[in-house]
Design a protein around this ligand. Structure first.
Ligand SMILES: Nc1nc2c(ncn2[C@@H]2O[C@H](COP(=O)(O)OP(=O)(O)OP(=O)(O)O)[C@@H](O)[C@H]2O)c(=O)[nH]1
Ligand SMILES: [Mg+2]
Length: 340
């Protein structure tokens, strides 16, 4: 599935139907009263959060959403039918902006949450409404009002609790494939992951959380090196970050320098990210000696960072990592949102 995190669409709600001017005409009733019915309301254009979605891809292909107009009122007190709403499904984490003014209209996060993005026009009133004792034959009705019309800019920021960041090839995708239901592509070369992947981690005691595997970052990402930093916006809402480092980075690299470089890119992108709760995990630990692990652990400890030693091959440290993440995520979470 392609990952699209920006889209511009045009929407138009339906116009209200006009009220009708009509008089009863029946045999033996020479001067029937007014019987023009009301017009129906135009359809709304509504956005609804669909938890099954994780991309704005659908909106890359379909950009126009037009709701139907309400029917006009008719004689014999017949009301025009109202038009149904047009629904646009979006993933959780979609911010909706008015494309013309840049105003933020809504930040749609909760599954099922709705935004009436363009309201249908109201139906006009038929002349049957306007009869009074002194005005028994009103010859007017009101027209329906116009439905709203606008261009919207949508921006998706994934709603993951935990974001995994690190150099390409560090083992981020392998890790999320081990701890969550995500099945991203894994390969022994850099930049395998080109767009973020999301997965749900089942943690004991109802502490499930969502984890995001982000494309690899390299030094200079903020200046566009590698894939650049455009995917970093997806960790803005993560509560906890995991810096994943590996022992075999190659020349001039190592877990400590990789960690520093990644942290620096995050900080350059958004200083607030540097202050986000985070932890460091060392991947591929089964490929190095205990002595090396010890050395790295104390090097990180000197930086006041606890190093989680893990291996996606042997499973070492994964349970502990999940537990710790679940605790950290749970710390500022309200009662878990209904899962199945
Ligand atoms: N031995 C060993 N290899 C691992 C481990 N975790 C990942 N790998 C290997 O490391 C390579 C890179 O793994 P990926 O999960 O694709 O790395 P990534 O960080 O997602 O890389 P990008 O998507 O390119 O940023 C693959 O060949 C994996 O099989 C591990 O714990 N032990
Ligand atoms: Mg990857």
């Amino acid at each position: 599935m392609r990952f699209i995190d920006e889209a511009t669409i045009e929407i138009k709600a339906g116009n209200g139907g006009n009220g009708c001017v009509s008089f009863r005409r029946e045999k033996f009733i020479p001067r029937g009263g007014p019987d023009g019915g009301d017009g129906g309301n135009g359809g709304d254009v509504v956005m609804v959060v669909d938890a099954q979605l994780s991309t704005l891809l659908d909106l890359k292909y379909r950009k126009h959403f037009v709701a139907k107009n309400g029917e006009h009122g008719r004689g014999r007190q017949q009301f025009g039918r109202g038009a149904g709403e047009v629904v646009i499904r979006v993933p959780p984490g979609t911010a909706v902006y008015d494309a013309a003014t840049g105003e933020l209209l809504a930040d749609l996060t909760e599954p099922g949450e709705r935004l009436v993005a363009a309201r249908g026009g109201r139906g006009g009133r038929g002349n049957m409404n306007f009869a009074t004792s002194t005005r028994q034959a009103p010859t007017f009705a009101t027209p329906g009002t116009k439905g709203g019309e606008k261009a919207l800019r949508l921006e998706l920021r994934l709603l993951a609790d935990v974001g995994i960041v690190g150099f390409p090839n560090a083992g981020k995708s392998t890790l999320i494939s081990r701890i969550s239901n995500a099945r991203p592509k894994i390969a022994d070369y850099p930049f395998t992951t080109l767009t973020p992947n999301l997965g749900v981690v089942r943690a004991p005691r109802d502490r499930d959380f969502v984890v995001a595997d982000l494309p690899g970052l390299i030094k200079g990402a903020h200046k566009g090196a590698g894939l650049g930093d455009r995917f970093l916006k997806h960790i803005e809402r993560c509560k906890v970050l995991v810096y994943l480092v590996e022992p075999h980075g190659g020349e001039g690299r190592g877990p400590l320098t990789d960690f520093d470089a990644t942290a620096r890119e995050l900080e350059l992108y958004d200083p607030a990210l540097a202050a986000r709760p985070s932890m460091v995990a060392l991947s591929k630990s089964e490929t190095i000696s205990d002595a090396q692990i010890k050395k790295l652990t104390s090097a990180f400890r000197r930086r006041k960072k606890r190093l989680f030693v893990i291996s996606s091959v042997t499973g070492r440290g994964l349970k502990e990592l999940i537990n710790r993440l679940a605790d950290d995520v749970g710390r500022d979470r309200q009662p878990a949102v209904g899962g199945e």
